[in-house]
Design a protein around this ligand. Structure first.
Ligand SMILES: [Zn+2]
Ligand SMILES: [Zn+2]
Length: 167
């Protein structure tokens, strides 16, 4: 289903094979005294394997293909809430979709999502240079930021190359 060549994405430093990511998630749950139930695991697995942002209904379809049974939307939303709280996934507000996070960072850490409008691939980058700028913007307003997420829409490197470009 997903393409074998993934030379253009930039998580080379992260152990983001599906197995490694699921194992890391299980370890984190164990440390936090929470449980990666079958349902939660299946949702996370679908997001990890999908490699692209999936909406709740994409996930229901992915689960139906895995288990032969479509879960109720409420069950999906509960699983997504849990995975989000644990820092395993992010919600992309502009797409109303979810993506697995290979980085295991704090919820308050600034991140930038680079969303390709051609192929719907999403890269996640940390935004250290932005962090202090964002902090000072917030500080001048006396605002305490909880989430510091930016979503950039555009064209990824692979989609810019003439090979495979749409005429
Ligand atoms: Zn992340
Ligand atoms: Zn692209």
């Amino acid at each position: 289903m997903h393409e074998p060549h993934d030379h253009h994405h930039d998580h080379s430093h992260a152990h983001n094979s599906p197995d490694a990511m699921l194992r890391a998630a299980e370890d984190t749950c164990h440390r936090n005294g929470t449980r990666l139930t079958t349902q939660r695991r299946l949702v996370l697995e679908s997001l990890v394997e999908g490699k692209k942002p999936l909406g709740a209904y994409d996930l229901i379809e992915a689960m139906r293909q895995k288990t032969g049974r479509a879960p109720a939307p409420i069950a999906i939303y509960r699983a997504l809430d849990f995975l989000k709280e644990q820092g395993f996934i992010h919600r992309l507000e502009t797409l109303n979709a979810f993506i697995a996070c290979p980085h295991h960072h704090d919820e308050s850490e600034p991140v930038v999502f680079l969303i390709c409008e051609e192929c719907r691939s999403v890269s996640e980058a940390t935004a250290d240079p932005l962090a202090s700028a964002i902090r000072s913007v917030a500080a001048t307003q006396g605002f305490v930021a909880k989430r510091q997420v930016m979503e950039l829409a555009g064209t990824c490197r692979a989609c810019q190359s003439p090979v495979g470009a749409q005429p």
